[in-house]
Design a protein around this ligand. Structure first.
Ligand SMILES: C[S@@+](CC[C@H](N)C(=O)[O-])C[C@H]1O[C@@H](n2cnc3c(N)ncnc32)[C@H](O)[C@@H]1O
Length: 220
């Protein structure tokens, strides 16, 4: 007997269908032309900061991770995400690394019995999670138990304050914000730096277009 439909059914199909278009839309259109931060900057971050013992939080489709410099089986990679379909998609794409997969909410303490990591990426997740930067700081707290001392944290997030916007970036941000795809009306590089400084000895935040690229190491 068939069970009654739920809203989850529609959402699941939509999300699964959307993922193959994600790379083109985000990496080839929105990032370079709307946010004015070409995706090679994200790849550069991974090339500079990703270690052989790495956790990726908020994996999406694994587009950038797939472009890391490591060869198959050279790195331990663990994938963390709220959505199982994103985890499945990325795990398949990165099957050459035999990734560990964990479904979790990065706004809550992440409890994993696995060994800690030497690098953690937060690529594009901070502009998804709700609240101001202070509330988003919950993500930095949640990942702390996953980090070895001296571990690198790095990532990128779309900002809305203290940046130079174009008419197009203003319009697209407004729409994505209304659709709740992006959350972060008050997000600025300054607020992000404050939250990082509370938790790490060394931090670096650089703004390109509407995007903050950040790196931090040595959790306090
Ligand atoms: C915009 S995508 C970024 C994907 C990828 N890292 C990239 O740079 O293209 C955001 C990802 O974060 C995940 N995500 C959003 N909120 C989350 C949360 N609270 N906990 C864990 N993952 C979350 C989404 O499911 C999605 O896979």
């Amino acid at each position: 007997m068939r069970t009654a439909r739920t809203t989850q059914d529609g959402a699941r199909i939509y999300r699964a269908l959307l993922l193959p278009f994600y790379d083109f839309l985000i990496m080839k259109v929105l990032s370079p032309y709307v946010w004015r931060c070409p995706s090679h900057h994200y790849v550069d971050l991974y090339r500079n900061f990703m270690s052989r013992n790495h956790a990726d939080i908020g994996v999406g489709t694994g587009y950038v991770l797939d472009r890391c410099e490591f060869k198959p089986d050279e790195a331990r990679i663990a994938l963390f995400d709220l959505q199982q379909n994103c985890l499945d998609y990325t795990a398949k794409r990165l099957a050459r690394f035999h990734p560990e997969v964990y479904q979790c909410d990065a706004m809550e303490a992440i409890r994993v019995t696995a060994d800690r990591f030497d690098s953690i990426a937060l690529g594009g997740i901070l502009h998804c999670v709700p609240g101001n930067m202070e509330k988003k700081g919950a993500v930095f707290e949640a990942i702390k138990p996953l980090m070895r001392s001296g571990a690198n944290l790095f990532g990128y997030t779309i900002l809305n304050q203290g940046i130079k916007k174009t008419l197009v970036s203003r319009m697209i941000y407004f729409i994505l914000q209304k659709l709740r795809v992006i959350n972060g009306l008050d997000d600025s590089a300054y607020q992000l730096s404050l939250e990082l400084k509370k938790r790490f000895k060394f931090i670096n935040v650089k703004v390109i277009g509407c995007v903050a690229l950040f790196a931090a190491h040595s959790p306090i």
